[in-house]
Design a protein around this ligand. Structure first.
Ligand SMILES: C[S@@+](CC[C@H](N)C(=O)[O-])C[C@H]1O[C@@H](n2cnc3c(N)ncnc32)[C@H](O)[C@@H]1O
Length: 183
C-alpha cells in the first residue's frame, strides 16, 4: 500500500476505505456541495496535558457553533498515563489508552504531519464519504508529544496532515475544529 492509494480498512467489515484525494476531480469545490449528506457524530480524541484556557475557550466555541450541524465530543486523554520513563513506553501507553476508546463502528482519522495533504474541500468530501459508510461515528485522533503508536496507526482509515509543519497538539485541535466547521 502506498500513500497514493487506500489508507486502510477497518476491522468492522464495512467499507471504510478512503481513496487518495489526488484521484478526485481536479475541479474546486466539494463533490457534496449543495447535497445533504449524513452527518456522523464526531469525536475528537486528543492526547495531552491540561489545556491552555484560551484553547479551551476556542474549543467550546467551535463545539457550540457545530451543534446545529453535528454532535462533537471532545475527549482528552492524559499524556503519559503510566508515567513511563522513556518515549517508546509513553507512546505505547497512550496508544493503548486511545485504541481502547475506539470501537468497530468508528471511522478513524488520525492527524499526522506526514499524512495526506488535503484541501478544505477534500476534508469536506472525506467527512461526506465517511457518512456514506456503515460507520456510526467519525473519530479524529490527535497524538501526544511523540505522536501516534502502532495500534492506532494500523486501525486508522486515513491519516491526514494540517500542515507540513509540526504543530502543538492544542493548535492542531483548534485548526481541525475550524476546518470541520468550514466544510
Ligand atoms: C507535537 S505533535 C507530535 C509530533 C511527533 N513528532 C510525531 O511524530 O507525531 C502532537 C500531535 O499533533 C498533531 N499534529 C501536529 N502537527 C500536525 C500537522 N502538521 N498535521 C496534522 N496533525 C498534526 C498530530 O496528531 C501529532 O501526533
Amino acid at each position: 500500500m502506498t500513500m497514493a492509494t487506500a489508507v486502510g480498512i477497518s476491522a468492522c467489515g464495512v467499507s471504510l476505505q478512503w481513496t487518495n484525494p489526488n484521484s478526485y476531480s481536479s475541479g474546486k469545490g466539494c463533490k457534496y456541495a449543495g447535497q445533504s449528506v449524513r452527518a456522523l457524530p464526531i469525536r475528537i480524541l486528543t492526547v495531552g496535558k491540561k489545556r491552555l484556557p484560551g484553547v479551551q475557550l476556542l474549543v467550546d466555541e467551535y463545539i457550540a457553533k457545530l451543534k446545529s450541524y453535528c454532535h462533537v465530543d471532545d475527549v482528552q486523554i492524559r499524556s503519559n498515563p503510566k508515567n513511563a520513563r522513556n518515549a517508546m513506553a509513553q507512546v505505547d501507553d497512550e496508544d493503548i489508552a486511545v485504541i481502547n476508546l475506539i470501537t468497530s463502528n468508528d471511522w478513524v482519522v488520525i492527524l499526522d504531519e506526514r499524512g495526506l495533504d488535503l484541501s478544505s474541500e477534500h476534508l469536506a468530501e472525506l467527512l461526506g464519504d465517511a457518512g456514506n459508510t456503515a460507520a456510526s461515528r467519525l473519530s479524529f485522533c490527535i497524538g501526544g508529544p511523540y505522536g501516534h503508536g502502532q495500534r492506532v496507526r494500523k486501525r486508522a482509515n486515513v491519516s491526514i496532515k494540517l500542515s507540513s509543519m509540526v504543530l502543538n497538539h492544542q493548535i492542531a485541535l483548534v485548526v481541525l475544529m475550524e476546518q470541520i466547521y468550514r466544510r
